[in-house]
Design a protein around this ligand. Structure first.
Ligand code: ATP
Ligand code: AH0
Length: 352
C-alpha cells in the first residue's frame, strides 16, 4: 500500500469463546510501533453461537463449509455495525482471524472459519483472513502468530507475556524471536473456581485465603513439561492427564488449591523473566492482582500498568497488523516461532 498512514479493523475470536474482539487502528508505516487504537469493543456470543462453535468440531466437511459461510455473514454484520456505530469511514482493509475449529498441524490440518468472501461482500471492504493455513502447509505449527506483532509493535519490551488459558511468552534470543507456553493459568484457576460457583477467582481473593500445599507445589514444579526446551506448547489434554489428577490426589480445599497453583504459576514464570522489568503483560490474568503480586515477588520485577485496550485487545490488534504485512507482501510468520521451512507472508485477500 502506497500510504504512510493505514487504517484497519482487526477481528479476533479467541479460544475462550467469550466473544468477538474488534479494534479500529491506525498504523504508521514509517514506524510500526507508533500505532493508535481508535476504537475497540467485544461483542459477546449468544449461547447459541457458543454452542455452534463448540460443537463444530464434530461436523462433516459439508456442514463446516456451511458454517464457514453463515459465520462469515455473522462477522460481516458485526463489523458493519461496528463501523456504523462508531461512524468509521476511513478503512484500508479488514483483517479477520476467524474462529479456530480444527487445529492438528502434525496432520497438516488447521481450520479457521468465517468466510472472508462474505465479510467483504457485507462490509464492501478488502478483507484478509486465513492466516494459519499456509504456515501449516510449510511444515509449521500455524501458531502462535502473535509474536511478530510483539516484536514489531511492542519491541520496546524485553518480554511479552500473555496470561490467558495458558501463559505464553515471546522474546528475542540470539536475534531470533522465540515463543512458547510456560504453564497453565486460567484454565486451571477457573476450573477450581467453578467448583465453588464462581466463573473465576476475581482478583485472586479466594487464593489469598488459602494455604500453600508444599507437597503439591513440589510435584507441580517437577512435571516433565518444565524440563523440556522450547519451542513447546500445552493443551487441555495435558492438563486433564497430568495436572488435575495430581491436584485432586493431594488437596481438597479449593482456596488452598488456588493458592498453591498461583504460587506454581509465579515460580514457573519467574524462571523466564527474573530481574527484568521490561515486560508487557496482557490477557485476563493481568486482572488477577494477587497472581500479579506473586509473579512480581518471585521474579523480583515491577510490572507496569498498561492501558486496558492493549491488555484486552492485543490479539485483534496484531491480526490487523498481520493483514497489513500480508497486503504489503512482507513476512508475517517467523519460522523461528512456528517451525515452518521459511519465513513467509501468510493470509488470503478478498476484494469486495
Ligand atoms: N478481575 C479478574 N480477576 C481474576 N481473573 C480474571 C479477572 N478478569 C479476567 N480474569 C481471568 O481472565 C480470563 C479471561 O482471559 P483471556 O480473555 O485472556 O482468556 P482466553 O481468551 O481464554 O485466552 P487465550 O485464548 O489467549 O488462552 C477469565 O476467564 C479469568 O480467568
Ligand atoms: C490454532 C489457534 O487458534 N491457536 C490459538 C490458541 O489461542 C491461544 C494459543 O492457542 C495460540 O497459539 C493461538 O492464538 C494466538 C492468537 C496466536 O496465534 O498467537
Amino acid at each position: 500500500m502506497n500510504k504512510k498512514e493505514v487504517f484497519s479493523i482487526g477481528v479476533m475470536s479467541g479460544t475462550s469463546l467469550d466473544g468477538v474482539d474488534l479494534v479500529y487502528v491506525k498504523f504508521e508505516k514509517n514506524n510500526y510501533s507508533d500505532f493508535k487504537i481508535l476504537q475497540a469493543t467485544t461483542i459477546p456470543y449468544s449461547l447459541e453461537w457458543k454452542q455452534m462453535l463448540q460443537n463444530a468440531i464434530h461436523s462433516s466437511g459439508k456442514e463446516l463449509e456451511n458454517l464457514n459461510v453463515i459465520y462469515g455473514k455473522y462477522l460481516g454484520v458485526i463489523i458493519h455495525n461496528f463501523m456504523s456505530n462508531y461512524k468509521i469511514k476511513n478503512i484500508d482493509f479488514i483483517a479477520s482471524h476467524g474462529h479456530t475449529i480444527l487445529h492438528e498441524p502434525e496432520k497438516g490440518i488447521t481450520l479457521q472459519i468465517g468466510s472472508g468472501k462474505e465479510i467483504a461482500k457485507i462490509t464492501k471492504q478488502k478483507v484478509v483472513c486465513d492466516f494459519r493455513t499456509q504456515d501449516v502447509k510449510l511444515g509449521g505449527q500455524g501458531a502462535p502468530l502473535v509474536p511478530i506483532g510483539d516484536k514489531l509493535l511492542f519491541g520496546k519490551y524485553r518480554f511479552c507475556l500473555n496470561l490467558g488459558g495458558f501463559s505464553n511468552i515471546s522474546f528475542d534470543k540470539n536475534e531470533e524471536r522465540i515463543a512458547y507456553d510456560i504453564c497453565p493459568v486460567n484454565i486451571v484457576l477457573n476450573f477450581y473456581a467453578n467448583k465453588i460457583g464462581l466463573d473465576y477467582d476475581a482478583s485472586g481473593k479466594v487464593a489469598l485465603g488459602g494455604e500453600i500445599n508444599q507437597q503439591l507445589l513440589k510435584k507441580l514444579n517437577s512435571l516433565n513439561f518444565y524440563k523440556k526446551e522450547p519451542p513447546k506448547s500445552l493443551g487441555l489434554e495435558w492438563v486433564q492427564q497430568e495436572v488435575f489428577p495430581l491436584i485432586n490426589s493431594l488437596e481438597k480445599d479449593i482456596p488452598s488449591i488456588l493458592r498453591t497453583f498461583v504460587e506454581h504459576i509465579a515460580i514457573q514464570i519467574s524462571k523466564v523473566i527474573v530481574n527484568n522489568n521490561s515486560i508487557l503483560v496482557t490477557g485476563g490474568g493481568f486482572f488477577n492482582s494477587f497472581l500479579m503480586k506473586q509473579i512480581e515477588k518471585h521474579s523480583n520485577v515491577k510490572i507496569e500498568e498498561n492501558n486496558k485496550e492493549i491488555i484486552n485487545y492485543k490479539e485483534a490488534l496484531v491480526f490487523a497488523f498481520l493483514g497489513l504485512l500480508k497486503i504489503d507482501n512482507q513476512v508475517n510468520c517467523f519460522k523461528s516461532v512456528t517451525g515452518a521451512e521459511k519465513d513467509h507472508s501468510s493470509g488470503v485477500i478478498f476484494i469486495p
